[in-house]
Design a protein. Structure first.
Length: 126
């Protein structure tokens, strides 16, 4: 698996392009940190988007997964300092990793599921 760091000055464009190319893909969202351990925040939800907010002193990355009210997670990452893309050994299994100043790492793991199979990947409707 090839891992490549995305330079900060490319974050906005990279995330915009990546979000367009991967919208609807099934993702798992995890957060790792010494103070919190390993936390899974979302499993097998459709990817909505990721964006970097760096204007006017902002320093934040937002990740949105899930496209239903009962299956939706927004993860705000304050003070990101590194962003990596791990390109897959297999087709359609990318991972984005975001590391913050406080040592936490957020992982967004992608799995492409054909549109006809997407509904089977979501939690049952309440």
């Amino acid at each position: 698996m090839l891992t490549k760091e995305i330079p900060r000055e490319q974050w906005v464009r990279f995330f915009n392009d990546f979000s367009k190319q991967h919208e609807g893909w099934v993702v798992t969202l995890e957060v790792f940190g010494y103070d919190i351990g390993d936390q899974e925040e979302a499993t097998r939800l459709p990817f909505v988007g990721i964006s970097a907010n760096l204007k006017d002193g902002e320093n934040r990355i937002d990740i949105i997964v899930g496209d239903r009210l009962d299956a939706h997670v927004t993860r705000g990452i304050e003070t990101p300092k590194h962003v990596w893309i791990k390109e897959p050994d297999e087709v359609a299994r990318e991972t984005i990793a975001v590391e913050t100043d406080d040592g936490r790492t957020t992982l967004l793991r992608f799995e492409h599921v054909p549109l006809v199979e997407t509904e089977r990947q979501l939690p049952p409707k309440a």
